[in-house]
Each structure stands twice: as structure tokens, then as C-alpha cells.
Ligand binder design. Structure first.
Ligand code: ZN
Length: 350
């Protein structure tokens, strides 16, 4: 069977997308929290391939090339500007290799550009610098043969527009998702609903939100975007229990922490106790699908088991669904008739 395009898949159903490589690589020990640069694509390609594979086997229809933050400015800050192009190309090539491993239908491969953190709406030169950053990355994506490009985590509308324009110059479909900070408005004054409407009308195939917010504080905005936008909408929250008072993971307190932290915030390395469980995540995914979100996934903090829960919540069987939880044969909690009764009776005291 030939590989369907992103647009075909969106037309036929919901697309599942795993993101969150930055946190996952840091958790596995191959990326430094703070600078957050994906050098792993060059230094440990086998590790990156395995994470791509883990996410795909957990149900992601897309292998997103891990080039988040792999832009010229970040590479300059860590003194490795010369590795900029090889790193980008390697991350995409590895993604393509894994996508081909899919046993039923080859996964889509997406290039990735993201918030540069140098954009300043008051400074026209910064917009030009951002444009040239996106232009070179999008060119490499095109040359390496990605299926589409995901521009993500933009907290300025105007930066998202530049990303969209540079993706379109390469003739590739664009998925553009916004990161909404705790102010509940993009930093240049647009609401996410306004921004998504504009991006969609300018031709982005999918618009929506990713990162910063958990399901609780992203979902109200996804509803608003769904109401405003005629085209496809995407939602990829972080899997943490954000609240109205603390809407993003940047300022999420942990009341149960018993030590002093090296940072003022639980972000980024002390968020573990604040996770949603996979069933809460699955509940959100179902709700997102029900309100008409077309491109559903998770961002920073995601695990393969959570991705699988998302995919199964929207009624997809994944490559690794055969390993999905089934307590039938558990020695304490199982229902299997051949289990030992003295253990089952013991379960309440265990
Ligand atoms: Zn993220």
C-alpha cells in the first residue's frame, strides 16, 4: 500500500502525533536541560532512532524530526554552529529510516522549526533574522524529502506567520501550532483564536496549539480555535496537571516537594510528581476528538505509554497495543480462575 499524505489521513480520520523529544532525551540522559539542544542526532543517532521508533510503535502516525531548537542562533550559543546543517540533516534522515519500518503503512516524516526566542516585534531586523533561520531549515527539510513541516511552539503570532511563509516557499504542507503562555494571549497581542484563523486562511493545513499547557488549560482554547477555524485543528498538550491559577508548566508548584530545588521552579527537571496519569490523558484525547480536533498528540513529558493511550482513546490499534495493560493474570488483582485464592484475598493488605 502506498503511503497516504497528511491531508488524506486528516480527511479520513484523526492523526496521532508524538512530540516531546526534548524532555524524553533529557530523561534518558542524552540531552542537557537548560541549553536544550538536540545534539543527540549526531552524537547518539541510535538513541534518537529508538525514541522515534518507540513513539511510532506507540501509535504516532508521524515521525517528527528532532530539530527543535536546532537553529543557527541556538547552535551559536553552545558554540557548535558548524554542526548546524549536519545535525538537521541527520535528524531527518534517521526519522525517514524509522518511518519505513512501520509494518502496515509507512509513517509520515515531518521537518520541524520552532520558536527562535530572538523574535522581537519592535525590531524589524529580528524578523529578518528569524526568516533566514527558518528559510535554511525549511530548505534542508525539502532537500531531505520530508512529507510536511511542523512549525511549533510560537508565542508570537508574527513569528508563526514567518514560519508558515517559509514552509510554503518550499511547496510543503504546513502544520503551525502555537504555545500559549500564562498571560492567555500571544505576546504580540493576538488571541490564539485570531492567530489560528489567520494562519489557516493563509494556507496552513493544520493550525492549533502545542506545549506549555496541560489538557486542562489547553482544551478551552482548542474549543475556541475549533469554532473559529474551518480547516484542520491540532492539539498537543504537555501531560501535566496545569490549573487555571498555574496554566503552564513554567510555573507549576509542587506542594509535596520535600527538598529545596536547584531552580526556582519545578520546570524543567522536577515536574515528575505533577504528571497526569495515562487514563486522564486518554480522557482528554477522546474529548478532543469529540469536539473535532483532527491532529492529536502530546508534547514535552510524553511517554510511549501515554501516546498509546491517546491513540487507543481515539480507537486506533497501535503496533504495541498487544502490550497494553491487562490485569487479568496479575497475582494479586487478576480475575483468571487459575490464580491462587490466598493471594487474591491478600490484595487489600498488599
Ligand atoms: Zn513541548
Amino acid at each position: 500500500m502506498g503511503k497516504r499524505s497528511l491531508e488524506q489521513r486528516l480527511n479520513e480520520g484523526t492523526v496521532v502525533v508524538a512530540e516531546g523529544y526534548l524532555f524524553e532525551m533529557e530523561r534518558r540522559g542524552y540531552l542537557q536541560a537548560g541549553s536544550f539542544v538536540p545534539e543527540v542526532a549526531l552524537e547518539h543517532p541510535e538513541v534518537l532512532k529508538q525514541v522515534y521508533r518507540d513513539y511510532m510503535n506507540a501509535g504516532s502516525d508521524v515521525v517528527l524530526a528532532f530539530t527543535y531548537n536546532a537553529h543557527r542562533e541556538k547552535m551559536r550559543i553552545i558554540g557548535k554552529e558548524h554542526l548546524h546543517e549536519p545535525l538537521n540533516r541527520s535528524a531527518i534522515r534517521l526519522a525517514k529510516e524509522v518511518a519505513k519500518e512501520h509494518p502496515t503503512e509507512e509513517a509520515l516524516v515531518a521537518g520541524n522549526i520552532s520558536n527562535t526566542n530572538i523574535f522581537d516585534p519592535e525590531d524589524a531586523d529580528s524578523a529578518e533574522e528569524v526568516r533566514s533561520i527558518f528559510a535554511e531549515m525549511a530548505t534542508w527539510c525539502k532537500e531531505e524529502g520530508v512529507d510536511f513541516i511542523n512549525g511549533e511552539t510560537f508565542y508570537y503570532h508574527e513569528e508563526a506567520v514567518i514560519a508558515l511563509e517559509e514552509i510554503q516557499k518550499q511547496g510543503l504542507p504546513a502544520v503551525v501550532t502555537l504555545g500559549l503562555m500564562g498571560e492567555n494571549i500571544l505576546r504580540d497581542g493576538y488571541t490564539v483564536e485570531e492567530s489560528c484563523k489567520i494562519l489557516s486562511e493563509k494556507g496552513a493545513l493544520v493550525v492549533g496549539m502545542n506545549c506549555f499547557r496541560g489538557p486542562n488549560t489547553m482544551q478551552p482554547y482548542l474549543k475556541g480555535i475549533r469554532n473559529e477555524v474551518e480547516g484542520y485543528v491540532g492539539g498537543l498538550p504537555i501531560p501535566y496537571r496545569t490549573t487555571e491559577e498555574h496554566p503552564t508548566f513554567f510555573n507549576l508548584p509542587d506542594g509535596g516537594c520535600s527538598c529545596s530545588l536547584p531552580t526556582e521552579t519545578t520546570f524543567p527537571t522536577s515536574l515528575d510528581p505533577l504528571y497526569h496519569n495515562r487514563y486522564e490523558i486518554a480522557g482528554w484525547a477522546k474529548e478532543a476528538k469529540d469536539i473535532g480536533i483532527n491532529y492529536i498528540g502530546l508534547c514535552c513529558g510524553a511517554s510511549p505509554a501515554m501516546i498509546r493511550a491517546v491513540a487507543e482513546a481515539i480507537e486506533y490499534e497501535t503496533i504495541n497495543s498487544k502490550y497494553s495493560p491487562d490485569m487479568e493474570k496479575h497475582f494479586l488483582f487478576g480475575k483468571d480462575k487459575t490464580l491462587k485464592g490466598h493471594n487474591l484475598n491478600y490484595s487489600k493488605k498488599a
